[in-house]
Design a protein around this ligand. Structure first.
Ligand code: PEP
Ligand code: MG
Length: 581
């Protein structure tokens, strides 16, 4: 097999070496996990029984056909019964379970995808249309399977070393689907589309698994089971590498593992610069369970809990106030009195409530985040009550995303008061001192800071969106990903202004966008006066190391020079020079 390489956008660091697993969009909707050797036959039986049930269903349908039913109806059922008995459906998926260890749903869909691809090649339009019948039959079987009890999966399941091998290759993965991979057995991700700071990329980073996006043709060029290397540092993907190249990457992988191990020693080290300035290091989380990694990395608290992930991947069904309360309480308790900053719902743009109603023309500029919440007051109030109720179990703060207008701040604050009133009426306790902060992520907000500092207890800069909106580039669109530049002078000015305004007003300012976890930018942010960084737990120790080696006395004057510079090359060179101080 010929070796070839592809270049995309690196989104999650490290090197992964494994076998390609091509994931079709449909496969993302069902559970997929690996089955242990001893359970394989039970899984085969589960699928066999589901196939037999559908057979019986079709038979009953046929028998119950009214006498005057159109003949096509009977023929239609016959076609489905024939498809179901064809070895391509009744046997091939069973082999996939046995050889690849996939669970029944996954095995069935893998086979259907392969068949669908073959059908797409057929010239005859009548035959080509039979693809829809195959898919309908598969859906029937899936429905039956979903009603049956799947095998219990354990975290440490590693059937025959399969876990150590698989790299997902897909055209696209939604953030909600990406989140489903957190307990699964993959060691890397490659997608055709996506930008560096799309939420899919952010979740991949939080899983701490090498990933590259924006690979354009990867899912068509890479074949099932091809050997693949992902260089998550450069965005290079190599398919079918030679033995020599494999050796080189294995060596680099080893070096990285050694470096990571060394970093672990910093877990308990205080986070202070060389000149003795203490820096707060917070964690970004998607689900309460991530608090474990945050504590493990020695985070001072949670700087950003992206609460919308509790709402996604549920086909539009919304978690109740009690359900949410349990989740927020869990996070508060797991952080043992450390601050937990819960961001209110940031739905919209690349995080729709339901993938199916992703219809806005310009979703990033549409009814997103606080705009959505103010338009759905009952939904917002129930989230606010849930957060407030959790506030008695730890040190909870509320963070509001996407604010731009004074009336939005005022309305959000008024609704927090309303939620408190409702809790008092219901006799439910909450912490009356809960702080409320604003995300500064729209340029308009960064340019009207007095309006914010007057009303808010703290600020958190969302550099991901701030860059997107300042430079007018969709953070999800790989075709403009090359224009996504955190070092653009306009972006740097807005960040520096926000930090300065917050400090002048005596309120805390954090950066919780991806810039906070980029070690190449740690010194620049320190030089701008930043004292609170919030990032994925996996990045925390590397940033701490950088902080320990930084001397603010040297960094600050150099940063002032950078902020006066306007030429991109001069800025990039000067930022690099900061590393040498
Ligand atoms: C940001 O915009 O920088 C941010 C932290 O929020 P999100 O990435 O969830 O939009
Ligand atoms: Mg944002």
């Amino acid at each position: 097999m010929a070796s070839f390489s592809l270049h995309g956008i690196p989104v999650s660091r490290g090197i992964a070496i494994g076998r390609a697993h091509l994931l079709a969009p449909a496969a993302l909707d069902v559970k997929h996990y690996l089955v242990q050797e001893e359970h394989l036959e039970a899984e085969v039986t589960r699928l066999r029984e589901a196939l037999a049930t559908v057979h019986r269903e079709l038979q009953t349908l046929w028998n119950d056909l009214p006498k005057d039913a159109p003949t096509e109806l009977g023929a239609f059922i016959d076609v489905h019964a024939l498809i179901l008995s064809d070895p391509m459906i009744s046997e091939a998926p069973l082999d996939i379970i046995r050889t690849r260890h996939y669970n029944a749903e996954w095995a069935l869909l893998t086979q259907i995808d392969e068949l669908s691809a073959q059908f797409d090649e057929i010239e005859d339009p009548y035959l080509r249309e039979r693809k829809a019948d195959i898919q309908q039959v598969a859906e029937r079987v899936l429905k039956v399977l979903m009603g049956t009890e799947p095998l219990p999966v354990q975290d440490d399941d590693d059937p025959d070393g399969f876990k150590a091998q698989m790299i997902v290759v897909a055209h696209d993965i939604s953030p909600a689907d990406m989140l489903k991979f957190r307990d699964r057995s993959f060691i890397g991700f490659i997608t055709d589309v996506g930008g560096q700071n799309s939420h899919t990329a952010i979740v991949a980073r939080s899983l701490d698994i090498p990933a590259a996006v924006g690979m354009s043709q990867a899912s068509t060029l890479i074949e099932q089971d091809d050997w693949v290397i992902i260089d998550g540092d450069t965005g290079v993907v190599i398919a079918n590498p030679s033995a020599l190249v494999l050796d080189q990457y294995r060596e680099r992988q080893l070096q990285q593992q050694r470096a990571r191990k060394k970093l672990q020693k910093l877990k308990k080290t205080a986070s202070v610069t060389k000149d003795g300035t203490a820096i707060t290091l917070l964690a970004n989380i998607e689900l309460p369970e991530d608090c474990e990694a945050a504590m493990e990395a020695g985070a001072h608290g949670v700087g950003l809990f992206r609460s919308e992930f509790l709402f996604m991947g549920r086909a539009g069904s919304i978690p109740s106030e009690d359900e949410q309360f349990e989740q927020y309480r869990k996070a508060a308790e797991m952080m043992k009195g450390r601050v937990v900053t819960i961001r209110t719902l940031d739905l919209g743009a690349d995080k729709p409530l339901d993938q199916a109603d992703h219809t806005a023309l310009n979703p990033a500029l549409g009814l997103r985040a606080i705009r959505y919440c103010l338009a759905e007051p009952q939904l917002f109030l129930s989230q606010l009550r849930a957060i407030l109720r959790a506030s008695v179990y730890g040190k909870v703060r509320i963070l509001i995303p996407m604010l731009a207008h004074a009336f939005e701040i005022d309305q959000a604050l008024a609704m927090i008061e309303q939620a408190k009133g409702q809790l008092r009426e219901a006799g439910l306790p909450y912490d009356a001192t809960v702080e409320v902060g604003a995300m500064i992520e729209i340029p308009a907000a960064a340019l009207s800071l007095p309006m914010f500092v007057k009303r808010m207890d703290f600020l958190s800069i969302g550099t991901n969106d701030l860059i997107q909106y300042t430079l007018a580039i969709d953070r999800v669109d790989y075709e403009v990903a090359h224009l996504y530049n955190p070092l653009h002078p306009a972006v740097l000015q807005l960040i520096a202004m926000t930090i300065a305004a917050g400090h002048k007003a005596g309120i805390d300012v954090a950066v919780c966008g991806e810039m906070a976890g980029d070690v190449k930018l740690t010194r620049l942010l320190l030089g701008m006066g930043l004292r609170e960084f919030s990032m994925h737990p996996a990045q925390l120790l590397a940033v701490k190391q950088e902080i320990l080696n930084s001397d603010l006395g040297l960094i600050m004057p150099q940063t002032r020079k950078i902020l006066r510079a306007v030429e991109p090359n001069a800025i990039a060179d000067a930022v690099q020079a900061l590393q040498a101080l």
